[in-house]
Design a protein around this ligand. Sequence first.
Ligand code: BGC
Length: 760
Amino acid sequence: MKTEKIKELIGQMTLEEKASICSGADFWHTQAIERLKIPATMVTDGPHGLRKQATQGDHLGINDSIEAVCFPAGCGTAASFNRDLLEVMGETLGNECQAEGVSVILGPAVNIKRSPLCGRNFEYLSEDPVVATEMAGSLIKGIQSKNVGTSIKHFLANNQETRRMSSSSEVDERTLREIYLAAFEGAIVKQKPWTVMCSYNKINGVYAAENDTYLTEVLRKEWGFDGYVMSDWGAVNDRVPDLKAGLELEMPSSNGINDKLIIEAVKNGTLEESVVDTAVARILNIVYRFEENRDESAVFNRDKDHDLARKIAHETIVLLKNDNILPLKVTDKIAFIGEFASKPRYQGGGSSHINSHKVTSALDEVAGMTNIIYAKGYRADKDEIDEILINEAVEAAKQSKVAVIFAGLPDSFESEGYDREHMRMPDCQNELIERVVAVQPNTVIVLHNGSPIEMPWVNKVKGILEAYLGGQAVGGAVVDILFGKVNPSAKLPETFPIKLEDNPSYLYYPGEADKVEYKEGIFVGYRYYDKKKMNVLFPFGYGLSYTTFEYSNLKLSKEFMKDTDTVTVSVDIKNTGNRAGKEIVQLYVADKISAVIRPIKELKDFVKVDLQPEETQTVTFELGKRAFAYFNTTIHDWHVESGEFDILIGKSSRAIELSKTITIESTVKLPFTYTRDTIFEDIFKNETARKIVEPLMNMGIFDSINEEDSDAATATISAKMMEAMLKYMPLRGILSFGSGKTVEEFDQIIERLNKEVSNN
Ligand code: BGC
């Protein structure tokens, strides 16, 4: 609807009606105003399928929802690194929403995986903001192409479930910008989600729901967001300040209590009515964007979408280890072991829980294969070692050529609402694996989990498939990969540390009482493990294939550029094996010398290529300022330091195949104020400053620097010492060490420096 028309509608509304639009009519609907023919629209979870509740609503996944299709969860879809695939998944979800009359699907969920313990990691995408924002952006693009809205969530710094509704995430500005905001930024700026969902937590002491800095200054003014912000379910703290800060829609509703506060505030002059009008306009704009673009022909074809879920799952399964065991031979006698073979864990608990219209297990998929036997091995509902089940499994493994153990995390180990207590799998499953590998060296593990786990048996098994929470069709997809019908092509969007204690957030997670300090700063995931040169179980960006790829011919379109310019990077990728396969090519940037503390390297782009045997393709990347920048907290902006940067092309964060160097010249001069405390090293960086200060140094203590010392050994030490002494000495040293200047003269020098050098 045109802005003018919406304005006209608002002009006809009473203050009470306007206030009522600012909160939900019920759990899932916006408020209708029949008198003005304003319809109610429905929103529904999200993110990897429709949790549309026809009758009684809840935000915890308790009550029934309609039968729908459960696609792989975020942990898996991110592992695909396939933007096109996520777009197709988005188009399908968008179509399902059209068919079901859902105006906004509540997702994607992009919060950074700070700790493997976060109970909701299965819904989230990555430890890296580029992966998170790019994959989320593709999903948004697909969904919104069907004229259905998305709600990118949970904005902001909501990286744990512990005390999620009251905890304050204490994060410094640079870390927020480079990691936590960046996960949202690209998707919001490029794909313009119709809505954003604010999180429950506080950010540096202020609730996300009433955080003007992020809801208005960053989201709207900097990033140009033009939809509406809705609260997470129950995230509103104080309705009037929340509204002023930029929270338009309260969900689910406060049964009119908060609407009354809005009305009172307008009446007593503490809230301008125009703020309410703006909020209503933003909400109605989205309401009508959906209403006026209904696709009456849309059909929710569950079987067709199930097939797509399987196709997507193919690309979300990461081959972590393969000692010449996979793909399996269809004729071999194989034991499928573990309850997850018959009942896969394919989704997580909580608000994203889908009522799947059908689920295919790996066992269902191999039902016709008489050479496959099954043993349960453990019970998923309790962590108790069951000798009978283990013995049966050991017997089955002994009788077979290969054992495939389906293991991972049961529902009780990870869910929305609470965090994991440790990074281990259930003891009963670890014990089962140990006992099976003792009798069967040809053992493959298939994992169903939403977040990294410790693998004490990693060196004892021959193959590992990380199937994540792969959606309702995961069983078929796993079987396709086990037998080589499909070549695995996913890579890890997160690091698997060897043990929980290795994780950078370990010391501070989940905080003390209602405060969690993000003291590891920007060193999240591989940014930390790389810097510390730590061994990890499996690195970020890692994943194997049944074929091999060769990287060559890295080219940069230029070797020198200004930070306002862009460079094109190209590289050839060849499939050198004998079967078709897809490869995820990763581009990292490393600042060679930096005055600020930076990671060794950071992912800046990636691309997935599909190659036939012997086929070569050239892939290209375009890098601009942002790829080389860090967030400078003096200018509150992205900044590139002049100097050399390595452009690294890798198969994973720990397998860099090619690199080339580019020199970049900054066009931005950082402001610098000379004070009595400015040290000589910083002064000498600038020629003009040097010229002003140097004459003052030919006296007193500084003269001794040039003195000869007869003993050569002492001479070196003393020269070095004197150099350091001078380098780190503040300007005020001039006064202390006898330059003969008065305090007034000294202050005049500082004034001159600030005048002449900054004008330089
Ligand atoms: C979750 C959201 C979800 C909402 C509605 C909340 O508890 O945090 O992700 O969209 O409920 O179910």
